[in-house]
Design a protein around this ligand. Structure first.
Ligand code: C2E
Ligand code: MG
Ligand code: MG
Ligand code: MG
Length: 300
């Protein structure tokens, strides 16, 4: 069993082979045990208004607290979880945990404090015939109203056929908001937006990187902003909300605001944090009077 292989064996194997594929096979086995042993935890990254850093939502992000390797990033184990099918129980865990936590925040801080909670859903989950009933059960068991749940899907996940499309329309009919994650990195972003009941587009970090650089060449600067500008125009035309991902500086936030973005997510605004961290932020936000909340980060 995974347990008998032991920690040392795991580390030696990965370091010795240096082969991502083999490492993933091993990870898959370990992951099943991790799920059973409660080593997976959910952290939450605030989504904030760019203008005043008020938190309007969170995105749930899974972490693996491995007994030997410490905290492992989802970029390392989600691919293995997708290949082995473990993403289905793993995703169900994140779904239930996020709904439970969001309902607790709603009860403690009231309806205006944190309008929405999002989580990532992979293609494999969208293909699972039980997915819609899992979501329905998670909402019912937690008491979280459906309009407070955001499900983030990537373009590549959505592109996979009839069953996925039916599932997405069903979730939309239930009043759950769907977000297109990493928007602009896929191959058919534009046509997808018409064919899919998205409520939110999340501008990928790659289009935020370097957006603030001013090298004195207007044409070049404009090229850096071109995708973000086009996505904003499209979102407006289609009546979609937007979130800019990977906002790492005040300068980037200022450019995004100029382009019409009002919401962002990124290290400049807040890092992923524990549920307790979010509670503290909510408490602080509530104690600050209704007036604007300045962080000294707004551009002049
Ligand atoms: P994502 O959904 O696009 O999530 C955003 C990722 O960008 C997170 O990485 C977050 O920590 C990181 N990030 C946020 N702001 C910044 C920034 O300013 N700079 C930089 N460099 N990074 C930033 P994380 O937590 O490592 O997650 C990576 C990806 O793994 C996620 O990308 C998502 O696709 C996937 N993922 C995470 N949790 C889950 C899950 O529960 N289920 C599924 N299916 N996928 C998940
Ligand atoms: Mg996401
Ligand atoms: Mg994203
Ligand atoms: Mg991304």
């Amino acid at each position: 069993t995974a347990k008998q292989r032991g920690k040392a064996g795991f580390v030696r194997y990965v370091e010795g082979m240096g082969e991502p594929v083999l490492a993933h096979m091993q990870l898959g086995g370990e992951l099943r045990r991790a799920l059973d042993d409660g080593e997976l935890r959910v952290v939450y990254q605030p989504i904030m208004r760019l203008a005043d850093h008020r938190m309007i939502g969170v995105e749930a992000l899974v972490r693996w607290h491995h007994p030997a390797r410490g905290v492992i990033s989802p970029a390392e184990f989600i691919p293995a979880a997708e290949r082995t099918g473990l993403i289905v129980p793993l995703g169900r865990f994140v779904l239930r945990e996020t709904c439970r936590q969001a309902a607790a925040w709603l009860a403690e801080f009231g309806p205006d404090a944190l309008p929405e909670a999002g989580l990532n859903v992979s293609a494999r989950q969208l293909h699972d015939p039980d997915f819609v009933s899992d979501v329905t059960a998670a909402l019912a068991d937690s008491g979280l109203p459906c309009e407070r749940l955001v499900l983030e899907v990537t373009e590549s996940a959505v592109l996979r056929g009839q069953q996925v499309s039916r599932t997405l329309y069903e979730l939309d009919r239930m009043g759950i908001r769907l977000a297109l994650d990493d928007f602009g990195t896929g191959e058919s972003s534009l046509s997808l937006l018409r064919a899919f009941p998205a409520a939110i587009v999340k501008l990928d970090k790659s289009f935020v990187d370097g957006i603030e650089i001013d090298d004195g060449q207007p044409a070049a600067a404009d090229a850096r902003q071109a995708v973000a500008r086009a996505v904003m125009q499209l979102a407006r035309a289609l009546g979609l909300d937007t979130v800019a991902e990977g906002v790492e500086s005040a300068e980037q936030a200022a450019v995004l605001l100029e382009l019409g973005y009002t919401l962002g997510q990124g290290y400049h605004l807040a890092r992923p944090m524990t549920a307790d961290g979010v509670s503290q932020l909510l408490a602080r936000q509530q104690s600050v009077a209704a007036g604007p909340f300045t962080h000294g980060s707004a551009a002049g």
